[in-house]
Design a protein around this ligand. Structure first.
Ligand SMILES: CC(C)(COP(=O)(O)OP(=O)(O)OC[C@H]1O[C@@H](n2cnc3c(N)ncnc32)[C@H](O)[C@@H]1OP(=O)(O)O)[C@@H](O)C(=O)NCCC(=O)NCCS
Length: 432
């Protein structure tokens, strides 16, 4: 995959001009200026309702920011130490797709100051990112969201669902197969490295995954800030029979109201083999003095319901997590492989224009797609939100059709739907 460095992509001229007309300065933040870098981190923390970052956190935030393209929106004439009124950042991440990877314009740190909200600043930030991505030839954009109602207006769809898992371990029992390796406690510094290394090796197993970064693993391992909650993080790894690390888990134990019983809350569980996954689930579910285990961002086909003896002890809640936005229809569709052949003419509507058009999509027996412009009458009609939602293969096209959001010829929709499906289910194990 050709790697594009988002930091070389200039601030979008259209958003710049629009925000200038509204009285703001929209520009790429200069991280080499200490005061500007600090102001960016402080504004981002404030936007996410966080506390003031400590000096150590500022250093870590700057390290993460340095790998990204950071945009700030400023009041005109603002000093370097003045906090931007809005922030956003982006980088190009290789997203796992069936048969390989696709470059995805990852968007993060979308914040607008409470004093400047609902003036269209976020719209200019988001549209600016989409134009920047398209100008750099990146076919897909993605983000994870705190509010599920904001991003479909920009063409994003909830493409990669995740599951929140709550287990009543006082009744779940254990029915899973034995794993031949062994478990070992880790110091938190080691945990940072092992979580990152296992995630990196495992991410090609699931469509929708992207690489993590050191700042994310520091947070998962409890070294992100100096809070009491962070100090409670513990880590364990699984080594296979040959002594190789194949999985790692970061978790906390918190007292339940009833004395001497605890909740084991999984912060992150990374496993590159089924055996490692079983061993780490077993560690959590059969932990002494624990009545409850909680985890989030698990794949929707996580085997946990089949690892316990009593399925009713597991509450499994599927929710939106990874949101995708197709920018270049032929490039995005041709970047992945398909589960069945199909030959359809597809019409896509897109209020922002990027993905609008009609294409003939021919998927051969080898699972590769050929996508060409077409003047023919479409068999399948859908909006960019629906195409983006179905793209990763986690959300069935038939489900969107039943919801009245995809239209056209029943057989053509069914054929395209069969082609798009992906097994194992797509997943995204991190927030970004
Ligand atoms: C969410 C946030 C970025 C919106 O910024 P904003 O500048 O007020 O948004 P805009 O004025 O550009 O509004 C864009 C559209 O989104 C809608 N919108 C904005 N915030 C919304 C929210 N929290 N819930 C639902 N809709 C929202 C607006 O109504 C507007 O709709 P329209 O285009 O149909 O008129 C801002 O409120 C914020 O920083 N929140 C805290 C941090 C956060 O949640 N970030 C998102 C991370 S995923």
């Amino acid at each position: 995959m050709t790697v594009i460095d988002a930091r070389n992509v200039p601030a979008d001229p259209q958003s710049h001009d629009r925000l200038r007309d509204a009285g703001y300065d929209y520009r790429v933040v200069d991280l080499s200026v200490d005061a500007e870098a600090t102001a960016l981190s402080r504004a981002t923390a404030r936007g996410f309702l966080g506390s003031e970052p400590s000096d150590a956190e500022l250093v870590r935030m700057r390290e993460s920011a340095a790998t990204r393209r950071n945009i700030g929106v400023y009041e005109p004439g603002a000093e370097a130490e003045t906090l931007p009124v809005a922030t956003i950042n982006s980088w190009v991440a290789p997203m796992t797709a069936p048969g390989g990877e696709i470059p995805m314009w990852a968007i993060s740190a979308v914040t607008v100051s409470a004093m400047h909200r609902r003036r269209g600043i976020a719209r200019n930030l988001l549209e600016g990112e989409l134009r920047a991505a398209a100008s750099a030839g990146v076919p897909l954009a993605g983000l994870t969201v705190s509010e599920a109602t904001i991003y479909s207006r920009y063409g994003f769809g909830p493409a990669v669902p995740a599951a929140r898992v709550e287990i009543d371990t006082s009744r779940s029992g254990w029915a899973g197969a034995e794993a031949p390796g062994r478990l070992e406690y880790l110091e938190r510094e080691q945990l940072v490295d092992e979580l990152g290394a296992v995630h990196e090796r495992a991410r090609s197993r699931r469509t929708g995954q992207i690489p993590g970064w050191r700042g994310r693993w520091l947070q998962m391992a409890g070294l992100g800030d100096e809070s009491k909650k962070d100090a409670a993080v513990r880590g364990v790894r699984y080594l296979d029979a040959a002594g190789e690390t194949r999985g790692a888990i970061a978790y906390t134990l918190e007292d339940l109201p009833d004395a001497f019983r605890s909740t084991l809350r999984i912060r992150h569980l990374a496993a590159e083999t089924d055996e490692a996954l079983r061993a780490l689930w077993r560690f959590a579910v059969t932990h002494d003095l624990v009545d409850r285990v909680e985890a989030d961002l698990r794949p929707v086909d996580d085997p946990i319901v089949h690892l316990v003896a009593d399925q009713r002890a597991v509450r499994f809640t599927v929710h939106d997590h990874g949101w995708l936005r197709v920018l270049d229809v032929p490039a995005a569709l041709q970047a992945r492989r398909y589960a069945a052949s199909a030959d359809v003419v597809m019409q896509v509507d897109d209020a922002l224009g990027f993905a609008r058009g009609t294409w003939r999509v021919r998927i051969g027996a080898d699972g590769a797609a050929e996508v060409t412009d077409s003047d023919a009458d479409p068999d399948v009609m859908l909006g960019v939100v629906e195409l983006s939602t179905a793209y990763a293969g986690a959300v069935p096209l038939g489900q969107l059709t039943a919801a009245g959001r995809v239209h056209g010829d029943e057989a053509a929709i069914a054929a395209l739907g069969r082609a798009l499906r992906v097994d194992p289910s797509p997943a995204l194990g991190i927030w970004y």
